[in-house]
Ligand binder design. Structure first.
Ligand SMILES: CC(C)(COP(=O)(O)OP(=O)(O)OC[C@H]1O[C@@H](n2cnc3c(N)ncnc32)[C@H](O)[C@@H]1OP(=O)(O)O)[C@@H](O)C(=O)NCCC(=O)NCCS
Length: 182
């Protein structure tokens, strides 16, 4: 378990898969990630089996949040993680998805991004964490900025989304500029 303030990250279990199927079939959630077709439980089970073959550091983690800071109750709400780690350049891409929409806009996405960065820089000794985000995903961009990421590039019309081309922004944070308590 990786612990932060009101957020914690644990390994994904098979029992989590039905929740992922529910979330990933929600068009509003799919808009932010690169999925434009419905997904089945069998496909998620295949994804889970493949996940166990990946290096441990590249396996996504389940996100749990503490909705009420005065109660010791935790809710499983999504997943996040590092992938395509380049150990020579000490760089990794980061991804996040919070499927329980009622918990959006309460700062949890920002906390999770900070916690994954803390793990990347502190435990894995990485130097750079970067991400891709559609320019239409303003909620995500705002959360990433609050977590310390800055925009460094743009793939113009790099994604076809809902009948339109949208730019894909590249954002990153480097270890020397990262502040844990930002
Ligand atoms: C992106 C995501 C992780 C953000 O999580 P979150 O818990 O909602 O994020 P936070 O609450 O920490 O931050 C969201 C910020 O965006 C702001 N926001 C929300 N809608 C906005 C909009 N349309 N325009 C601008 N800002 C917006 C919120 O007000 C908040 O900022 P504030 O704290 O300054 O008020 C979550 O919404 C999600 O998983 N979405 C679906 C999957 C996805 O898109 N993943 C990202 C792929 S790159």
């Amino acid at each position: 378990m990786i612990r932060g303030e009101r957020v914690r990250l644990r390994a994904i279990e098979k029992a989590d898969l039905p929740a992922f199927v529910r979330w990933l079939n929600d068009p509003e959630i799919r808009q932010g990630i690169s999925l434009n077709r419905p997904i089945s439980l069998a496909e998620e089970e295949e994804w889970f089996a493949d996940l166990l073959k990946k290096p441990q550091q590249e396996r996504p983690l389940a996100i749990e949040i503490q909705p009420d800071p005065d109660k010791e109750e935790w809710a499983f709400v999504g997943n996040c993680g590092l992938f395509d780690i380049d150990w020579e350049s000490r760089s990794a891409e980061i991804g996040i998805h919070i499927g329980e929409k009622k918990y959006w806009d309460q700062g949890f996405g920002t906390r999770v991004m900070r916690l994954v960065c803390k793990h990347a820089f502190g435990d894995l000794n990485l130097h750079r964490v970067w991400l891709r985000v559609f320019e239409t995903n303003q909620r995500a961009i705002r959360a990433y900025e609050k977590a310390g990421f800055t925009q460094e590039g743009r793939f113009r019309e790099g994604k076809h989304l809902d009948g339109k081309y949208v730019d894909v922004l590249i954002m990153s944070v480097l270890r020397p500029e990262w502040q844990e308590d930002q």
